[in-house]
Design a protein around this ligand. Structure first.
Ligand SMILES: Cc1cc2nc3c(=O)[nH]c(=O)nc-3n(C[C@H](O)[C@H](O)[C@H](O)COP(=O)(O)OP(=O)(O)OC[C@H]3O[C@@H](n4cnc5c(N)ncnc54)[C@H](O)[C@@H]3O)c2cc1C
Length: 275
């Protein structure tokens, strides 16, 4: 029996765009049911059965997989919460991973499992009106920020200052760079600060930030563009992606008086670790 006949597959792939090798966008639409409302920044679940084929570019499965069982993982939604016909995800292939080499192998029209509930606390809900917002990400961690910015642009607009600091190895790994550059040109209130850690491998010289997110934070980029330095009194910071980056940023922000926002205590740092 073809893996596509698995009875748990309730959605289909309606779009696939590869930004860089193994680094891709998947658009998924429900089949025979309606997407539920969600808040920008939340995540859903994607899944495929064990007998769905892996990409030939990935490693073999590390351990034997149950061909009938769905392999499920959480993915942040990158699309606007206003768009109701499909959800967009930005995914990086982990060569040894169980699910991502199977997701990478999908073609438009293929079946997939999509969780019916969108969940998570990593949203702008607890940011007081008028507060500046700095969204820091590595790699695919920019996905929830795309949902936030796309949703704001198509609803209330940007009534306070927003910045995206996006870190990656190379310029070609900076997914959504052109959309974010366009938004920066169109909105006085939006700042896009990409940073790459391997500038020596660029094909044409890179004139932007090099190193890691902390180099952008400690630069004078905000003073130059906004005329002031973001502080805990006027700014909330979101951290998403690689847990090492999240830990490092938590440290340099705490040193400047920012505290973590939790269910129990209000603070200015919101975090989402991908693994
Ligand atoms: C709330 C939430 C939202 C998430 N959103 C996204 C998203 O938008 N896009 C996305 O690509 N992933 C996202 N993830 C990670 C995703 O759920 C999977 O963990 C990831 O895709 C790997 O799945 P896998 O089955 O291929 O690897 P697994 O077989 O589960 O192996 C996982 C191991 O691979 C490593 N790993 C996991 N993710 C990465 C990565 N991106 N880069 C390098 N190493 C990694 C870790 O060491 C981890 O232990 C999110 C996770 C959470 C908890």
């Amino acid at each position: 029996m073809s893996w596509q006949n698995h009875e748990g597959l309730n959605a289909k792939v309606v779009g696939k765009i590869e930004f860089a090798p193994g680094n891709f966008v998947l658009k998924v639409a429900p089949e025979g049911w309606e997407l539920s409302d969600f808040t920008a920044g939340q995540y859903s679940v994607l899944g495929l059965p064990g007998n769905a084929p892996r990409s030939p570019y990935a490693d073999k499965d590390e351990k034997e997989v149950d061909s009938e069982k769905l392999i499920k993982r959480a993915y942040s939604i990158a699309s606007s919460s206003v768009a109701k016909d499909h959800l967009e995800f930005y995914i990086s292939t982990v060569r040894s991973g169980a699910l991502t080499p199977r997701l990478y192998n999908l073609q438009i029209g293929d079946k997939i499992f999509l969780g019916k509930k969108c969940v998570g606390m990593f949203t702008l809900k607890d940011v007081p009106d008028g507060t500046n917002v700095i969204l820091m990400a590595t790699g695919t961690g920019v996905a929830p920020y795309m949902s936030m910015m796309r949703t704001l642009v198509s609803t209330s607009g940007l009534s306070s200052k927003f910045a995206v600091i996006h870190g990656a190895l190379h310029s070609w790994d900076l997914g959504y760079a052109s959309e974010l550059q366009t938004l920066e040109r169109m909105s006085q209130n939006f700042l896009y600060l990409p940073v790459i850690s391997k500038p020596e491998e660029e094909q044409i010289p890179w004139g932007g930030f090099t190193g890691y997110i902390n180099q952008v934070w400690s630069s004078d980029a905000f003073e130059k563009k906004w005329g002031f330095r973001p502080q805990a009194e006027n700014t909330h910071v979101f951290l998403c992606g690689n847990p090492l980056m999240v830990q490092a940023a938590l440290k340099f922000l705490s040193d400047e008086g920012f505290t973590e926002h939790t269910r129990q205590q209000d603070g200015q740092i919101h975090l989402e670790k991908f693994w």
